[in-house]
Design a protein around this ligand. Structure first.
Ligand code: CA
Length: 714
C-alpha cells in the first residue's frame, strides 16, 4: 500500500522529531521574556525575577529577596488570586520575568499573568485529547513552563513540545516528542540552556523506554535524544545514547528482551549546568516494577533510578550514579537535583545534592559523578543494609527482594518514598537543604506469580493498592511498629545530618534571603494553607489559609519594590493517598499571591461535598468482590483507594450515575465522558465488569451515606 505523503511526513517527524510550523510564519521573537544564557547565568543578580523552574540554574529555589522577614511577616496578606478554569490536579511552579508570571495548569494550559494585579494577559489551551489522561498514574498535571529567547515553552500531556510567543501566547512551533500511540505522557516542565529545550516524559508504570530529548529553541528541530535504558540487544537507536547503552547499560539487563520492558523515565528533574556544559537527568523506576519480570531477577538495570550527566551540546554520556540498583520498590530517583559549591572535609567541591525516594541524601561530584557522601535523611529504611563506602553502592538486603522470595514484603520507605517529586530548596545563607520528608513510612508489596503485559493498563507485577494478596490473610498491624512521622526537614548537607525538623506533612518549599522557608500544605485533602518558618530554627512564624491545597511550587518575585510570595494552588495528582473523610465540593485551582499589607480577600473554602448516592439494588457478594478487585486495578489510581477520593477527580460514591445501570455502563464501558479523560474501559473489563464495579461502589456509597447520617445525628 502506498503511504500518503502527509502520513509519511508525520511518521518521519515522529522518528526525527521535526517541527511543524503553524500556518502563519514564525514572527520575530517577542519583546517579552528576553531571557538568554547570559541572563540565566546571573539570575541571582535579579532576585525580582524567577527566571528558571528552580529559580536559578543551580535549581536552588532560593530567592534573594529579603523584604519579608520574621519581624514583619504578620503583615503578609493576600495581594491577589486568579482562578484557573480547571478543577484537576495542579503542580506547577510559576516563572516571573519582568513583572509577568507564566504558569501552567492541569491539561497543560498556559497563563501569562500581570504579577502586580493578577490579571491574565493571555491564555493558551493546547487542547489535549481527553483519553490521554489514562496514560499516567496521577492526573493530567503539569509542573511548569520554561521561558527563553522571547518564547514560553510548554510540554503537553499528550507529548507535544510547543514554543509560544511570550508576548501573545501564540504558537511559534510545535513538535511531537513521542508517538501518540505510545503509553507515555508529559507532566514535567521543560528546561532550557545552550540554545536547547530539554524534555523527558512519564510512563514508568505503563511500559516502554524513558528518554530525554533536546530541541533547538529557535526552530524545534531535534538536536539529540538520550534513551535511559537499552532496547533490543544488538540494535541501536541512532541516538546519542547508543554507545553508553551498549557498553554500560546492556550488560546490566538480563532475561528475554521485549519491547515493553524499560522505565527509567525522566519525568521531573532536569538541570542544565553551564559550568560544565552538561545536563543532569534524574530517572524513574524500571518497568515492570519486579526485576524477576524484566531482567530475570538479576542486574543493576542501568540507567533506572539514577542521576546521569550528559554533554549538553551532543547528549553523549559523561557519568552516572545509580541510587537504587535493580530497583523493585518504585524508588524513582526523580527528586529535584540542586547544585551548590560546598566545602566538604576541607575541600571545595562542586556538588549535586539529591534526595530520591529511597531515603538517602546524596552529594555527588558534578565533574566526575563520584559519590562524595550518602546518609539516610529518613529513619526506618530496610531495602538496603547501608552504603558500601568502598564501592559507593548500596548493600543488598536479600530479605527485601520480595520478587525473588515470591512473598509479600513491607518496604520502608513505601512507594511514596521518603520524599518524592515535591520541590526542595537550598539556602546559601543558612547552608541548609529544605525538604518534606517522612520517617518510618512503609508500603506493602504483593508480588504476582506471573506477569502479562496489557497495553493500556498500569500493570506492574504486583497487586497494587490491595491490602493483601488473594488467598492471603490480611496481616494485622504491628502495634510496636513506629508510626510514620512526616516533617519539614532542614538538612545540613556538608555534615549529612538534620539541623531541625518541624512536624507536619506538606509540599513544595521556598527559601528566602529574608531568613524564611515557605511551604505549601493541604488541609482535609483539598483545602490548604501556606506557612512560613524561620530558616535557621524551623519555628513557624506565619500561616494563611488558602481555599485550595498547595501542592505546586512556591516562588518569590518583586515589582516596584514590593516582594511577593506566589503559590500555585490545587491538590496534586497523587492525592488519592491523602483522602480524608471530610470530602469537599470540587473547586478550580488558583494562583495566589501575597505581599506585605496586601488587601485582597481570597475565595471561601469549598462547601462539603454533596450526599452519597443510595442505590436500592442488591448484588451478590461474589459480584461485589469482583468489582472491588477491578476497582483497585482500574479505577483507584484516579478515583481513590477504596473509593475514598479527595474530589480532584470525582468521588464516585457521590455520582448520580451510580443509580443508573445504563448511564454507568455508557461511561465506564463506552467512554461517554472520555473528553474528561474517562476512557472507554470495555477492552480492559470482563463481561459484566462495569456492573460489578457499580455493585462495589454502591456498597461503599451506602456506608458513606450511613456515616454522614450518623454524623448529622450526633
Ligand atoms: Ca514510579
Amino acid at each position: 500500500m502506498k503511504t500518503p505523503a502527509l502520513l509519511l511526513t508525520a511518521l518521519v517527524c515522529l522518528a526525527t522529531g521535526c517541527a511543524k510550523h503553524d500556518a502563519s510564519p514564525a514572527k520575530a521573537a517577542s519583546a517579552a521574556a528576553q531571557v538568554d544564557d547570559a541572563r540565566l547565568a546571573r539570575a541571582d543578580s535579579e532576585p525580582q525575577n524567577w527566571l528558571a523552574h528552580g529559580g536559578n540554574q543551580q535549581a536552588q529555589r532560593y530567592s534573594g529577596l529579603d523584604q519579608i522577614t520574621a519581624d514583619n511577616i504578620a503583615q503578609l496578606k493576600p495581594a491577589w488570586s486568579l482562578d484557573f478554569d480547571t478543577q484537576r490536579g495542579q503542580e506547577a511552579t510559576a516563572l516571573v520575568v519582568d513583572g509577568i508570571a507564566y504558569v501552567t495548569t492541569a491539561w497543560s494550559k498556559v497563563y501569562a499573568v500581570d504579577g502586580k494585579t493578577g490579571k491574565a494577559l493571555w491564555q493558551f489551551d493546547p487542547k489535549v485529547n481527553g483519553p490521554n489522561a489514562a496514560k499516567n498514574c496521577c492526573d493530567v498535571v503539569s509542573r511548569g513552563a520554561a521561558v527563553y529567547q522571547g518564547k514560553v515553552f510548554v510540554a503537553t500531556f499528550d507529548g507535544r513540545l510547543i514554543a509560544l510567543d511570550a508576548g501573545t501566547g501564540k504558537p511559534v512551533w510545535t513538535t511531537a516528542t513521542f508517538d501518540p500511540a505510545s503509553m507515555q505522557a508529559i507532566s514535567g516542565a521543560p528546561r532550557v540552556g545552550a540554545g536547547l529545550v530539554f524534555i523527558g516524559n512519564s510512563g514508568g508504570e505503563f511500559g516502554g523506554r524513558g528518554y530525554l530529548s533536546a530541541y533547538k529553541a529557535d526552530t524545534g528541530e531535534l538536536a539529540w535524544r538520550f534513551y535511559t535504558v537499552p532496547g533490543e540487544p544488538g540494535k541501536t537507536d541512532g541516538a546519542a545514547s547508543d554507545e553508553a547503552l551498549s557498553k554500560l547499560a546492556q550488560p546490566t539487563w538480563f532475561g528475554k528482551y521485549n519491547d515493553y520492558r524499560g522505565g527509567g523515565n525522566v519525568w521531573n528533574s532536569i538541570v542544565f549546568d553551564p559550568e560544565f556544559d552538561q545536563v543532569y537527568i534524574a530517572t524513574g523506576n524500571g518497568y515492570p516494577w519486579l526485576r524477576t519480570f524484566r531482567s530475570d531477577g538479576k542486574g543493576d538495570n542501568l540507567f533506572i533510578c539514577s542521576v546521569v550527566a550528559l554533554d549538553a551540546k551532543t547528549g553523549t554520556y559523561k557519568w552516572h550514579y545509580q541510587e537504587t540498583p535493580g530497583d523493585i520498590w518504585d524508588y524513582d530517583s526523580v527528586a529535584d537535583m540542586i547544585l551548590a559549591d560546598l566545602t566538604i572535609d576541607g575541600q571545595a567541591r562542586k556538588v549535586l545534592m539529591h534526595t530520591p525516594k529511597n531515603g538517602y541524601f546524596y552529594n555527588l561530584d558534578r565533574k566526575t559523578g563520584e559519590l562524595i557522601s550518602a546518609q539516610p535523611y529518613i529513619a526506618g529504611i530496610n531495602w538496603t543494609l547501608g552504603i558500601d563506602k568502598k564501592t559507593g553502592k548500596p548493600i543488598d538486603n536479600p530479605a527485601a527482594r520480595f520478587d525473588q522470595l515470591k512473598k509479600p514484603f513491607t518496604a520502608s520507605p513505601g512507594e511514596g518514598g521518603g520524599h518524592s517529586w515535591s520541590p526542595t530548596a537550598f539556602s546559601p545563607k543558612t547552608g541548609l537543604f529544605y525538604l518534606q520528608a517522612v520517617d518510618y513510612t512503609t508500603g506493602r508489596h504483593l508480588p504476582r506469580p506471573t506477569f502479562e503485559y496489557v497495553k493500556g493498563l498500569d500493570n506492574i507485577g504486583t497487586y497494587h493498592f490491595a491490602s493483601h494478596a488473594p488467598g492471603e490473610t490480611a496481616p494485622s498491624p504491628d502495634p510496636h511498629a513506629p508510626k510514620p512521622d512526616a516533617h519539614l526537614l532542614a538538612w545540613d548537607p556538608v555534615n549529612q545530618k538534620a539541623a531541625w525538623k518541624t512536624p507536619g506533612s506538606g509540599g513544595a518549599v521556598l527559601a528566602t534571603a529574608g531568613g524564611l522557608v515557605f511551604q505549601g500544605h493541604s488541609r482535609n485533602s483539598v483545602m490548604g494553607e501556606l506557612t512560613a518558618y524561620r530558616a535557621d530554627t524551623g519555628e513557624q512564624v506565619w500561616t494563611h489559609q488558602t481555599p485550595n491545597a498547595v501542592a505546586g511550587g512556591v516562588i518569590s518575585y518583586a515589582i516596584e519594590g514590593e516582594q511577593y510570595i506566589l503559590a500555585t494552588t490545587g491538590q496534586g495528582g497523587g492525592s488519592i493517598l491523602a483522602a480524608t473523610p471530610d470530602v469537599r465540593a470540587r473547586q478550580v485551582g488558583r494562583l495566589v499571591a501575597f505581599k506585605l499589607s496586601g488587601t485582597a480577600v481570597l475565595p471561601p473554602d469549598p462547601p462539603p461535598a454533596g450526599p452519597a448516592v443510595v442505590v436500592n439494588e442488591t448484588w451478590s457478594a461474589a459480584n461485589i468482590e469482583t468489582g472491588k478487585d477491578l476497582y483497585l486495578n482500574r479505577c483507584a489510581r484516579c478515583h481513590g483507594i477504596n473509593t475514598r477520593s479527595p474530589n480532584i477527580l470525582p468521588d464516585l460514591r457521590r455520582s448520580p450515575t451510580l443509580a443508573s445501570q445504563d448511564t454507568w455502563r455508557s461511561i465506564v464501558e463506552d467512554g461517554a465522558l472520555q473528553a474528561n479523560g474517562m476512557i472507554a474501559w470495555k477492552a480492559f473489563l470482563p463481561e459484566g465488569g462495569a456492573e460489578a464495579i457499580r455493585a462495589y461502589v454502591a456498597g461503599e456509597a451506602k456506608v458513606e451515606a450511613a456515616r454522614l447520617t450518623a454524623a448529622v445525628a450526633q
